[in-house]
Design a protein around this ligand. Structure first.
Ligand SMILES: Nc1ncnc2c1ncn2[C@@H]1O[C@H](COP(=O)(O)OP(=O)(O)OP(=O)(O)O)[C@@H](O)[C@H]1O
Ligand SMILES: [Mg+2]
Length: 228
């Protein structure tokens, strides 16, 4: 679906990404995990095409890209429902209600972003991205400002919606547990200028038992210990 070859990115003198090569297969959920400031948002922006790499090549087959930004970019004067319709004009009412319900936003259909909490806005952004029916969905820390219990529910909802439509998903996080709960594969970035430190393929994606969970978690944190 998308292939990055030898991507490097510098902002002026400061190099952020150093020769990143990766491939995302159709229907796959890939998590990119890395410390704060390692260049995760930069990498997503390059994948989406809004930012150009300094070196390297992006080959993308995506025709419809959904993007859940790190800071929600809901239209401030529109309600939740209107924000969703804004990107998906012809969405059926039934589908709209389903997305609102799955994201736990019942009762907030007619609220504007400034009337909602950060977590609600984040969930509205996720609902909006799904309504757009992207073939490639990019999400930048989509579960931040969502509390632990609700996060589990939202991740399950996301899996449910993903199973129905099988979009290709790339999501960025610095939360190891989120990555393990959702991904088929995890790419671990180091500190700036980021290289790929490790790539972990999950044996039973979205169904990881406790033992495997701890093992993967250790593998990821060990990568960062080594570069401290
Ligand atoms: N437009 C820009 N101009 C100059 N430097 C930038 C720009 N955008 C990002 N950077 C720098 O590039 C580095 C990586 O930023 P980026 O936002 O990609 O990191 P991140 O991994 O997404 O961080 P976080 O986890 O905090 O969101 C940071 O040091 C940041 O200051
Ligand atoms: Mg970021």
């Amino acid at each position: 679906m998308i292939q990055l070859s030898g991507i490097s990115k510098s902002y002026g003198e400061g190099q952020v990404l150093n020769h990143i090569s990766l491939q995302v297969k159709e229907g796959e959920i890939l998590s990119i995990i890395g410390p704060s400031g390692s260049g995760k948002t930069t990498l997503l922006n390059i994948m989406s095409g809004v930012l150009e790499a300094t070196h390297g090549q992006v080959i993308s087959e995506a025709s419809q890209i959904g993007y859940v930004f790190q800071e929600d970019r809901l239209v401030p004067w529109l309600t939740t429902e209107e924000n969703i319709r804004f990107v998906a004009e012809s969405i059926e009412s039934e589908r709209l209600s389903y997305l609102i319900k799955t994201m736990g936003l019942q009762g907030a259909e007619d609220k504007r972003p400034d009337e909602m909490s950060g977590g609600m806005r984040q969930r509205a952004s996720i609902a909006r991205a799904f309504a757009y029916e992207p073939d490639l969905l990019l999400m930048d820390e989509p579960f931040k400002s969502i509390d632990y219990y609700l996060k589990g529910k939202i991740i399950n909802a996301l899996i449910q919606v993903w199973v129905e439509r099988m979009s290709t998903v790339v999501f960025v996080t610095h939360d190891v547990e989120e990555a393990i709960m959702l991904a088929d594969r995890i790419i671990v970035l180091g500190r700036k200028p980021a290289v790929i430190l490790n790539e972990i393929k999950i044996q039973s994606p979205r169904n990881v038992d406790e033992e495997a969970f701890l093992k993967i978690k250790k593998e990821i944190t060990n990568c960062w210990e080594e570069i401290k």
